[in-house]
Design a protein around this ligand. Structure first.
Ligand code: 6CS
Ligand code: FE
Length: 315
């Protein structure tokens, strides 16, 4: 049986934004929650790489036709969201930076989140039925796409959204080619096994600034330097239609895009149904539902029975 941690969470084992100095502690959760290494979707080598590095990049998962559809729908989302709260614009140019809740606003992305090429991997790695904690398109537009400073998603999702444990992961689907030049996502391989606490109390309505330029919940430069000196950096690049899977606690960030080529990626955050958000661990009130699903949490699908899956595969 996989490790199960359902029930309430009286102690905050990932304490952050509460002390005057940062601390680095060991991760207290598995990276891969499934006990059996047998997966119909990931090889042992892929699983070993993900467990050790905290990310895995798989090229050419989606066809050119599928990507053309996803790009068309992303553009429709970008154009439609003129004034909505879940559309975040760049601070310096007003260009659309991110559109959230894409799985609730668009049928194509609703279908994509439950696509077996994605969902089956999340269900295996998290060893549970999963739901979408957050979804978005980050457009990183040509010439105007600004940085996402270094951070652990989990630090924010724990302190501001109330995500109890490290039993969630992100999948980034490249809608445009991710090159070394147009602001690719950079990761610190292996950083997912340490939790760096951050200093500075969460301001009220922090998300109104953090989604444009994150200040709170970012690791101090000394801790970052130590982690990067020890583990190095990786910036997976590849064609549109690739998928970057990364653990909720893997340190990552990305630089400005000053090229003529957008770096638009769609993101789904899969969370285990046993890891549903509770009250924020270090914020006065929870963030809105477009950033962290809280109302009406339900699995994206009932996991296909492996025997049935094999039966269909044999047909
Ligand atoms: O605060 C959040 O949930 C968002 N911020 C970043 C920089 N990454 C994860 C997520 O999109
Ligand atoms: Fe992030």
């Amino acid at each position: 049986m996989p490790n199960d941690i359902s029930g309430d969470f009286p102690t905050d084992i990932y304490r952050s934004r509460k002390d005057s100095i940062p601390h680095i502690i060991d991760r207290a959760d598995p990276v891969i929650w499934s006990d059996s290494g047998n997966s119909r979707v990931l090889s042992h080598e892929q699983q070993d790489f993900y467990e050790q590095n905290g990310y895995l990049f798989i090229e050419n998962v989606f066809s050119a036709d599928e990507i053309a559809t996803l790009r068309r729908e992303a553009e429709a989302l970008r154009k439609a969201g003129e004034t909505e709260e879940d559309v975040i614009r760049e601070a310096s140019s007003n260009a659309v930076r991110s559109v959230f809740r894409i799985h609730e606003k668009n049928q194509t992305y609703l279908n994509l989140m439950a696509d077996d090429r994605l969902a089956a991997i999340a269900e295996h790695l998290l060893a549970d039925d999963v739901y979408i904690h957050q979804s978005r398109v980050n457009f990183k537009p040509a010439f105007k796409g600004k940085e996402f400073y270094w951070h652990s998603d989990f630090e924010t999702w724990h302190t501001e959204d109330g995500m109890p444990r490290m039993r969630a992961l992100s999948m980034s689907i490249t809608l445009s080619e991710n090159t070394p030049y147009n602001g690719p996502l950079m990761l610190v391989p292996g950083s997912h096994k340490k939790f760096i606490s951050c200093v500075g109390e969460t301001p009220d309505d922090n998300y109104k600034n953090s989604l444009k330029a994150q200040e709170y919940g970012t690791p101090d430069q000394e801790s970052l330097t130590a982690m990067i000196r020890k583990h190095g950096l990786a910036a997976p690049t590849g064609p549109a239609g690739s998928v970057l899977i990364f653990d909720c606690n893997t340190l990552h960030g990305s630089g400005n895009n000053i090229t003529p080529f957008p770096r638009s990626n769609a993101f789904f955050v899969y969370n285990s149904m046993k890891n549903r958000v509770v009250a924020p661990f270090a914020a006065k009130s929870p963030r809105p539902d477009f950033l962290a699903t809280r109302d009406n949490i339900r699995p994206i699908r009932s996991r296909p029975n492996i025997a049935t899956a094999r039966l269909h595969a044999a047909e």
